[in-house]
Design a protein around this ligand. Structure first.
Ligand SMILES: Nc1ncnc2c1ncn2[C@@H]1O[C@H](COP(=O)(O)OP(=O)(O)OP(=O)(O)O)[C@@H](O)[C@H]1O
Length: 313
């Protein structure tokens, strides 16, 4: 939010957020914060509630319980800043031409940047006089992204934005997104199943599964508290001396074991240790629904009454 942004400001705060559909709870007791100006990956298995969470943030859905604030205000209110939400199905008026869609963006959004929006459309050689309904899925995504970025939002919510783009378009539009975020201090929250897409893009992560927040925090902070251990297995399983370290996941392959641990003290022993990559970290948490949750200090909300299930790093 322009000049008002400082490192400690929260773009998003969820306090005990819960969402119940007819068939039951999808999100329960979710508490975390996303500091302003960060680029955050939102990861979780199919049906984990990522779209639901993004929709609550975009003020498309009301939570069943708890509360969410956007820049300290209720979602959708004037004080919550400008939010762009790129939904998974990229709903656009199919009978409008690309030019008409951009004109609509201009009319509805004070501070609209026609040139930025046009540049994105032009980079994909999408004709301005083409009807949206005649475009390919990837071209529609490009127009939807042009619309989202033309707003110069304070908060950009993207639900699997790159899924139907070709690899070149993906790279180019990710670049446009990062340039926008760097220039305007935009906070970005982006769901994806392609973990490799997050590397070198995100500096923050939120993992949802089993209805709750499993992992949340600054990427460097999250990586630094985990250790990947590789060695020769001891009898049937992990070496006994590894057992006192909190374990996220272990895997055995032949005589070798690999384990991701969250050590309280240096994990020295007859094995090799390394830092996990972001992808290794995410995969380990996704594969191990019973691993203890971790909300790092920068991702914790202050209201402890809602925050009882978090674990300090
Ligand atoms: N409008 C709705 N009515 C009832 N149930 C719903 C509705 N929307 C979503 N759900 C259910 O809520 C759960 C979470 O759905 P959601 O789309 O938020 O998950 P997701 O993490 O985005 O999944 P995916 O990775 O497959 O896109 C699913 O079990 C889904 O069936």
């Amino acid at each position: 939010m322009g000049d008002g942004m400082y490192a400690g400001e929260s773009a998003l705060e969820a306090h005990g957020l819960g969402m119940r559909y007819r068939r039951g709870w999808v999100l329960k007791d979710c508490s975390f914060r996303l500091p302003a100006g960060r680029i955050c990956g939102l990861v979780g298995p199919n049906g984990a509630g990522k779209t639901t969470l993004l929709s609550i943030m975009a003020h498309v859905l009301e939570p069943t319980e708890g509360r969410l604030s956007v820049f300290g205000a209720a979602p959708g209110s004037v004080d919550s800043g400008r939010t762009s939400f790129l939904a998974q199905d990229k709903p656009l008026f199919r009978r409008f031409t690309v030019a008409e869609i951009l004109r609509l963006g201009q009319e509805l959004n004070p501070g609209w940047d026609q040139r930025a929006a046009e540049d994105i459309v032009r980079a994909g050689n999408v004709p301005f006089d083409a009807k949206v309904g005649s475009l390919s899925g990837g071209q529609r995504t490009r127009v939807a992204l042009a619309l989202a970025l033309g707003k110069h939002p304070d908060l950009l919510l993207l639900d699997e934005p790159m899924s139907d783009l070709d690899p070149v378009a993906r790279q180019e539009l990710m670049g446009a997104l990062l340039a926008e975020a760097a220039e305007h201090g935009t906070t970005v929250l982006m769901s994806t199943h392609v973990l490799a897409e997050l590397e070198n893009v995100c500096d923050y992560l939120v993992v949802l599964s089993g209805g709750g927040v499993r992992l949340a925090g600054d990427v460097d902070e999250l990586l630094s508290v985990h250790t990947m251990v590789t060695g020769t297995k001891d009898g049937e399983g992990l070496p006994v001396s590894l057992a006192h370290h909190p374990l996220v996941e272990s895997r055995i392959s032949g005589r070798q074991f690999t384990a991701l641990i969250r050590p309280d003290s240096p994990a020295t022993g007859p094995w090799e240790t390394d830092s996990p990559s972001m992808e290794e970290l995410l995969l380990a948490y996704l594969r191990s629904p019973d691993a203890p949750s971790l909300i790092t200090p920068t991702a914790q909300v202050q209201d402890q009454a809602y925050n009882t299930r978090t674990v300090a790093a």
